[in-house]
Design a protein around this ligand. Structure first.
Ligand SMILES: Cc1cc2nc3c(=O)[nH]c(=O)nc-3n(C[C@H](O)[C@H](O)[C@H](O)COP(=O)(O)O)c2cc1C
Length: 324
């Protein structure tokens, strides 16, 4: 979970509880990622690193400026300046890939797109198992053909960004069980199911549907070891939030969040332009987080958010695995 929630402490606690942790490679510099990898490696536990794969960078400048203008009142309320010119970035893909080839880790998981098959092959030759996150059978087939070792099958109930390769597509409502069954019907790779897991019964159901393992995000957001901001943590426990929604308003790519005022006001005009919109709203979101303004913050949450407890990561993992 890039953006703060995943810390080395969370990854270590998850590993010590017997689960398999991932470090978040997204949004951070290659040096910061390297430091986290070294720190976690020293604990002796196997782990994975998650990377954002860059996609198309085209942004319509006029549409971008128009969307930026709709955020003016929010920017003013929070005392921040917005840059109406799109910023492009590839999340340091080349440097992060080079780091992971020079210092291989047990597992690399990929999200948002597929890299060149040669990049996947290079990671595998370095001894790393490569997982691609997919949201449809078609993406699963493309990932298989690109040569990955396994798939993370993400259902639309998942918190945070949809891994969809096509950011223009709002994922159709479907349970993660249905998406796992549909993917299992077309590919013969190990599947890890993600999305909306709210307890041990969901773990059992997903394994019965064909997943070898189950991944969780939201359930760990209030863990003691997580780096989730206090505004986000408090919102997850706040009864005033009664629903989640898939929105492009914060980053320009569909993501599931607690439905707040920002989502209601800006989703109707939201522009599909990731990561340009992520950069556009970043200062605004930072200021909202600092001010404790939950109505203007991206409160990533899956549909199972009500089950996210304040507890140690070990307690959360043990409770999830209770029926295994
Ligand atoms: C706060 C947050 C941040 C996330 N960041 C990432 C990320 O950096 N990379 C990624 O592949 N998935 C990310 N996800 C999605 C998770 O990998 C996973 O698909 C999702 O959390 C599963 O659904 P759940 O949240 O209902 O458990 C994030 C999810 C959340 C809630």
């Amino acid at each position: 979970m890039a953006g703060g929630p995943t810390t080395v402490a969370l990854a270590r606690a998850v590993a010590e509880a017997g689960a398999f942790p991932f470090l978040a490679g997204g949004y951070k510099s290659v040096d910061a990622l390297q430091a986290e990898i070294e720190e976690l490696r020293a604990s002796g536990h196997p782990f994975g690193v998650n990377l954002f794969v860059p996609g198309s960078a085209h942004v319509d400048e006029a549409a971008f400026a128009a969307y930026a203008a709709t955020l003016a009142d929010d920017a003013e309320a929070l005392g921040v300046e917005l840059d109406p010119h799109p910023v492009a970035d590839d999340d340091g893909w080349d440097a992060k890939l080079a780091l992971l080839l020079a210092h291989p880790v047990p597992v690399v998981s990929l999200t948002f797109a597929l890299p060149l098959p040669a990049d996947i092959a290079a990671l595998r030759e370095a001894g790393t198992r490569v997982l691609a996150t997919v949201t449809t059978p078609a993406e699963a087939l493309a990932a298989r053909d690109a040569g990955v070792d396994g798939l993370i099958v993400q259902g639309p109930d998942a918190g945070g960004h949809s891994a969809t390769f096509d950011a223009h597509r709002i994922p159709d409502p479907a349970s993660t069980v249905e998406v796992v069954r549909a993917v299992a019907a077309v590919v013969d790779l190990p599947l890890i199911a993600a999305g909306g897991v709210d307890g041990p019964a969901a773990v059992r159901e997903l394994r019965d549907a064909g997943a070898e393992a189950v991944a969780v995000g939201t359930l760990l957001l209030r863990a003691a070891e997580a780096g989730t901001s206090s505004t986000h943590r408090n919102a997850l426990a706040d009864p005033r939030f009664t629903d989640t929604a898939i929105t492009r308003a914060f980053t320009g790519r569909p993501a599931r969040a607690l439905r707040n005022d920002f989502v209601d006001r800006h989703e109707p005009d939201a522009l599909v332009a990731y990561p340009a919109v992520h950069h556009l709203t970043r200062a605004l979101r930072r200021a909202a987080g600092r001010a404790g303004d939950a109505e203007r913050l991206h409160l990533w949450a899956g549909t199972g958010w009500r089950a996210a407890r304040e507890a140690s990561a070990a307690d959360i993992i043990r409770a999830l695995a209770a029926e295994l």
